[in-house]
Design a protein around this ligand. Structure first.
Ligand code: AMP
Length: 421
């Protein structure tokens, strides 16, 4: 196919049965978040670019290199959202939600866009399920969120989920860390990539998540955020870790974890899986506290914490099961009067909640049965002129091979009995 008519590189079609896996994943995710007291929000896929530069940070890979940014027809710069927190916080501030409730628990699920180098587990359009809690500064909610994520991943079938936890400090202690880090890296600047050399003065924390090998080597032995936490940040982190231990959540403290976004304060975490399919892209969830962001975006001073889970990446970690059947019941009709009867019956069975199909092309019974098989139907209703004249239909159970002729008004009860058996 001509290149310009193919899907955009890194933005993938999701076709059955994979689309079914994606849908079921989102369903289970939604159910679990609702069970934890979260309610769903839907925010626009595009926002004014300034929101992301302000929230995520001007000097970050995400904003400098990865956003899909374009002028709209009025000349204002828009960007496709690269992440969900900026939009959620914008909505929280814009609708003054803090005035209506002291604590807000929101979740979202939808596509995000980043112009990254494509590889397995890394795409330019991908889905995230994320959540935000506004209004709680206490560490209990940090530990609860991390616990929920480990539980969620195991409920979704992701093997060996474990958390890495760190603290990025607060406005009080972070400047000390920044200073220590800069003093460590400045004499080594010649061994940093060009981006990192530039960021050394602007945003030295970002040097910690540069993926280039030369920078990773140069960083070895750099001070850790954990060395310079103030007493309040230290106590917060200790409390999170104590809760995680009490809840037996697999976790490890890791001072090298910094996350790629500027808005985090105090707790930062990731959830990983050791599933072999993931290779190096084994971070399934990233999150942390962002106590200053609501205020930064023009709202009141409200503490908050959130996470985002990469759906495609989590799906890679879940062993694929055979795809479920597309329908429960298939109607095989012989002749036009039977086809019309079957169409009406399909409608009433669908209204009763069953997954039902028939083949409007008609054709031989053999061909129609082949179609029933292809869709994975468990039961086939077979009708022709004879059955119609008797007011009956044949019901065939494709699993056991049994076939019986039934009065038409007894079909639904027998179908339900067989499907539940
Ligand atoms: P972040 O918003 O960068 O903290 O990412 C949170 C999670 O989203 C990551 O742990 C990944 O699971 C997922 N993710 C981030 N970027 C991508 C991408 N380009 N393709 C697929 N998943 C991604």
């Amino acid at each position: 196919m001509e290149d310009r008519l193919a899907a955009v590189k890194g933005m993938n079609d999701v076709l059955p049965p994979e689309s079914g896996r994606l849908g079921r994943f989102l369903e289970v995710g939604r159910r679990l978040l609702v069970a934890h007291g979260y309610r769903e929000i839907v925010t626009p896929i595009a926002e004014y670019t300034a929101l992301f530069s302000r929230a995520v940070g001007e000097v970050t890979d995400l904003v400098e290199k990865e956003m899909y940014t374009f002028p709209d027809r009025d000349g204002r710069s828009l960007s496709l959202r690269p992440e969900g927190t900026a939009g959620a916080v914008r909505a929280y501030v814009q609708h003054a939600v803090h005035k209506a409730e002291p604590v807000t628990k929101w979740f979202y699920a939808g596509p995000m866009f980043r112009h990254e180098r494509q590889q397995r587990g890394r795409y330019r359009q991908f889905h995230q399920i994320g959540a935000e809690v506004f209004g709680i500064a206490e560490p209990g909610v940090d530990a609860e969120m991390i616990t929920m994520l480990v539980d969620l991943l195991s409920a979704l079938g992701v093997p060996q989920a474990r958390a890495r936890v760190s603290s990025l400090g607060c406005a009080g202690c972070r400047p000390f860390f920044r200073e220590r880090l800069t003093s460590f890296l400045r004499p080594r600047a010649a061994d940093l990539c060009e981006d990192c050399r530039r960021r050394l003065d602007q945003n030295p924390l970002r040097l910690l998540d540069c993926k280039k090998e030369i920078c990773a080597t140069t960083r070895a032995g750099a001070p850790s955020t954990l060395d310079v936490l103030c007493a309040a940040c230290r106590a917060h982190l200790d409390a999170v870790v104590a809760d995680l231990a009490a809840l037996s959540v697999p976790h490890q403290l890791d001072g090298t974890l910094v996350r790629g976004l500027d808005y985090y304060t105090r707790t930062a975490f990731e959830v990983h899986s050791d599933a072999a399919e993931l290779g190096t892209q084994n971070t399934l969830v990233g999150g942390g506290r962002y106590d200053g962001l609501v205020e930064e975006l023009g709202g009141p001073s409200v503490p908050a914490i959130g996470f985002a889970m990469g759906v495609e990446r989590a799906l890679l970690a879940i062993p694929a099961e055979p795809p479920p059947a597309a329908v429960d019941v298939f109607l095989v009709a012989l002749g036009e009067p039977a086809r019309r009867w079957a169409a009406a019956r399909a409608r009433s069975l669908r209204a009763a909640g069953l997954r039902v199909d028939l083949d409007h092309r008609g054709g031989s019974p053999k061909r129609q049965f082949r179609r029933a098989d292809g869709l994975g139907a468990r039961l086939v209703i077979l009708v022709g002129d004879d059955e119609l004249s008797r007011g009956t239909a044949a019901l065939k159970d494709l699993r056991s091979g049994e076939q019986q002729e039934l009065p038409q008004d007894a079909l639904l009860a027998e179908i339900s009995r067989r499907l539940s058996g």
